[in-house]
Design a protein around this ligand. Structure first.
Ligand code: SAH
Ligand code: SF4
Ligand code: F3S
Length: 453
């Protein structure tokens, strides 16, 4: 049998939506090369991890996985590290995990086929397993071209909603964050190329598109003068597209024109994820977030005065170096003031290369954990009150799945809320369809209802 007919790969993805979407690109590229994706490490010739480095725990995960499966090297399997840890650590990964033979950063995936061929050639030249581990291929810097956005082979996993990368990298350099070092400088994809992909997806039957970038608001069409809000509106007007989401927004670049676009184009979802990180000006300044609490609240006010009710969500870090009880109390009061529909909370984790690494990480882990608990309990109460208000209203959901155990369908609202519902037997909804649901009960994180027929 030829070596080619048996090439199989296993891929595990860590981290954010950018990574999830990158994995769809990697899978598509490998399948095009004749590889077959398998569900377990044991079945695979090539074991890949698409990694995240945002917090220390995320980074450690990949090294734990690599240690767990090291024994499989003797069976001739190969290990590859992709993504943000690959980009951050580069060749150092070969020192920490000598059985790894491929390290490839997110901007180089289009070179994967070539790298895999080199790996195959190397395998033939070095038949002993011990020697195989010495075949090391890296591809880390291919960022200067618009081609790194190409998605010719992207294998989207969901047939109804899909991601489009519109901007890569980040130039913000928040004091705690590794992303500018792992994803590199900001570069936007052309307006035409994004729209072409959106149209192509609509032709394939997609109805929901999620525009992705670390900081989508600073999108700038390299071939013209189009802004993010203009791109957003144009994608929303592609025939066949019923929902457009975007993530993540940075408050500094979040303009009023985005709210105007949401008001003007009904397909743009009424949800904005606008991470605040802290409610204290002192901490925001130390984090180098480039806005004040007041400026942030001004953006919230724009959204609250929109025609449609816009759902707002956020990310918050507790225990940033120097965060006092008073600072933390300001974050709690901000939660009350804004009224978020969801908040993702994190304990500060010192990261390599970042400016805040030089600051002492003096707040003990137990104290960070305590603040996290208080924050989550406060937010829970806010959400209970907010979600309750939807009881009795009729909301359109996209049908995303079925929970057999509960006898419910899983729906998602335009505001990105989960609304699980029951439907009469004769009116079984199709996955990916849009149906009206009357909310009958609420939880802190979801709604329950009945389909309206
Ligand atoms: N580009 C997005 C965020 C990407 S990272 C933005 O600017 O909002 C997702 C979240 O992880 C961040 O919003 C932040 O809350 C959290 N995060 C990033 N670095 C962190 C660190 N060193 N420790 C703890 N949380 C961190
Ligand atoms: Fe990180 Fe800040 Fe860039 Fe977001 S804006 S990715 S938090 S540096
Ligand atoms: Fe993690 Fe990289 Fe995303 S560090 S959060 S996978 S950009």
């Amino acid at each position: 049998m030829s070596a080619d007919s048996h090439k199989t790969f296993y891929l595990e993805t860590f981290g954010c939506q950018m990574n999830v979407h990158d994995s769809e690109k990697v899978i598509g590229t490998l399948v095009h090369e004749g590889y077959k994706q398998v569900e377990t490490v044991e079945q695979a010739d090539l074991i890949l991890y698409n990694t995240c480095s945002i917090r220390d725990k995320a980074e450690q995960k990949v090294f734990h996985r690599l240690a767990d499966y090291k024994k499989l090297l003797a069976q001739g399997k190969k290990f590859g590290v992709l993504g943000c840890v690959a980009q951050q650590e580069g060749e150092k990964i070969f020192e920490r995990a000598p059985h790894v033979s491929l390290v490839c950063g997110s901007a180089s995936y289009r070179n994967l086929p070539e790298m895999l061929t080199q790996l195959e050639v190397g395998k033939r030249e070095a038949p002993k397993p011990e020697a195989r581990s010495l075949i090391r291929i890296t591809g880390l810097d291919d960022r200067e071209t618009d081609k790194c956005f190409e998605t010719e082979f992207t294998a989207r996993t969901n047939p109804h909603r899909g991601y489009i990368t519109i901007i890569e990298g980040c130039d913000k350099f928040c004091a705690y964050c590794v992303v500018p070092y792992t994803r590199g400088k900001e570069r936007s994809r052309t307006y035409e190329s994004v729209l072409a992909e959106a149209r192509q997806m609509a032709d394939l039957g997609y109805t929901e598109i999620q525009l992705l970038g670390q900081n989508v608001n600073s999108y700038k069409d390299p071939a013209g003068k189009r802004s993010f809000a203009e791109l957003l509106a144009a994608v929303g007007e592609v025939p066949g597209i019923r929902r457009v989401r975007f993530t993540t927004s940075h408050p500094r670049d979040f303009g009023r024109d985005i709210v105007d676009a949401i008001d003007a184009v009904p397909t743009l979802c009424d949800h904005v994820h606008l991470p605040v990180q802290s409610g204290s000006d002192r901490v925001l300044n130390a984090m180098q977030r480039l806005y004040t609490r007041e400026q942030y609240l001004e953006r919230i006010a724009w959204m609250r005065s929109a025609k449609r009710q816009i759902s707002i969500t956020s990310d918050i870090i507790v225990g940033f170096p120097g965060e006092t009880e008073e600072d933390f109390a300001e974050t709690l009061s901000l939660l009350d003031e804004v009224g978020y529909d969801a908040v993702f909370t994190f304990k500060y984790s010192p990261r390599p290369n970042t400016p805040s690494l030089a600051l002492e990480d003096a707040i003990p882990d137990e104290e960070k954990a305590r603040r996290l608990d208080v924050l989550m309990a406060t937010q829970r109460e806010i959400q209970i009150a907010r979600y309750k208000k939807y009881i009795g209203t009729i909301i359109e959901v996209m049908v995303e799945g079925r929970n057999e155990a509960r006898g419910q369908w899983i729906g998602r609202t335009s505001q990105n809320k989960t609304l699980n519902f029951t439907a009469p037997e004769l009116a079984t909804p199709k996955l990916g369809s849009y149906v009206p649901v009357k909310a009958t009960a609420s939880f802190p994180n979801s709604l329950v209802g009945e389909m309206v027929v």
